[in-house]
Ligand binder design. Structure first.
Ligand code: ZN
Ligand code: ZN
Length: 307
């Protein structure tokens, strides 16, 4: 008898939530790597996906193996592919142990792979590009942990200065006058592995347009397990939906034993909010959604070509 072929595993989940693609793998305890190509950021590095290699920055939520296991490989692959300047941001307490891990790889491989591990203090920002930065927010897990929010800052001229000539405005700015009001717009937030806490209701999460949230447990009987492991349960997400203004909430880090059918059923009970929720690893639903997006922009055959 011929043995069966191995299961096809490791296919990354994909969602197009305009203008962002959310691309990655995430199963509790196995691996989590979530890339937003448009912002050049990957959250966590449990497995080195192809999409993650083009991110210049990896933001680590915490140091459990399923979130950091592929860091040496990521640096190594980037070096191999001649991609320069990759950085990993992590909790200040995580820097030294990660640097030791990477240093021991030098001995193992007998060659030196360039790497940069940077501490990000809770409540501080690291700039990504003009007017956009990533902010770390302390969360609560079984080890030091961070959530992240990618925030755009918009500068608007104060109304009282609207009629002044440019030269005058430039002079005032040079003198250090505050001539603009700054508004923060959280674009995408990521909870990482975390227990429930007030920090999830801060503006960085509450006002984010997209939230990628861990949801390790779905079963109604697993609430206490969620609390013990310091994870979010589906019931927590359901409650947070009234605070979170996000148009899209992407659930990740479901346990391997959670049936997608069960998760879909729970989502359906949310009524109007159900449309806001996506499961990153629900390939079938997400493929259908993507096909509908393609169809919506397709030019019908019968329509004459305009141009
Ligand atoms: Zn995890
Ligand atoms: Zn964890």
């Amino acid at each position: 008898m011929i043995p069966k072929q191995p299961p096809r595993d490791g296919q990354p989940g994909f969602l197009y939530l305009p203008p962002y693609r959310i691309h990655g793998l995430s199963v509790a305890g196995e691996h989590t790597t979530i890339t937003v190509p448009e912002l050049g950021v990957t959250f966590d590095m449990g497995q080195c996906t192809r999409a993650s290699l083009s991110s210049d920055l990896v933001a680590l939520s915490h140091s459990h193996m399923d979130h950091v296991g592929a860091i040496p490989y990521w640096f190594s692959q980037r070096f191999f592919q001649k991609l320069e300047g990759g950085r990993v941001l992590c909790h200040p307490e995580g820097v030294e142990p990660l640097q030791r891990m990477l240093a021991s790889w030098v001995d193992v491989e007998r060659q030196k792979t360039p790497h940069e591990i940077i501490a990000i203090e809770p409540d501080s920002d690291v700039p990504l590009r003009q007017n956009i930065g990533i902010r770390a927010i302390e969360t609560r897990h079984t080890c030091p942990s961070l959530g992240f929010s990618i925030i755009e800052t918009r500068h608007k001229l104060k109304p009282e200065y609207r009629d002044l000539p440019q030269s005058e405005l430039r002079r005032m700015k040079a003198d250090g006058d505050e001539i603009t009001t700054n508004t923060e717009i959280p674009l995408i937030a990521y909870t990482g592995d975390t227990d429930r806490g007030d920090f999830l209701e801060r503006d960085e999460f509450a006002k984010a347009r997209i939230i990628v949230a861990e949801c390790t447990f779905v079963d109604a009987d697993h609430r206490s397990r969620a609390r013990i492991g310091r994870h979010l349960h589906f019931d927590d997400i359901a409650e947070l939906l009234s605070t979170w203004e996000a148009e899209h909430v992407v659930l990740v880090h479901l346990s391997r034993r959670t049936l997608l059918s069960e998760a879909r059923e729970r989502i359906a009970t949310l009524g109007d909010d159900a449309d806001r929720i996506h499961l990153l690893m629900d390939h079938r639903t997400n493929r259908r959604r993507y096909e509908a997006q393609l169809e919506a922009v397709a030019v019908p055959d019968s329509e004459p070509n305009a141009g």
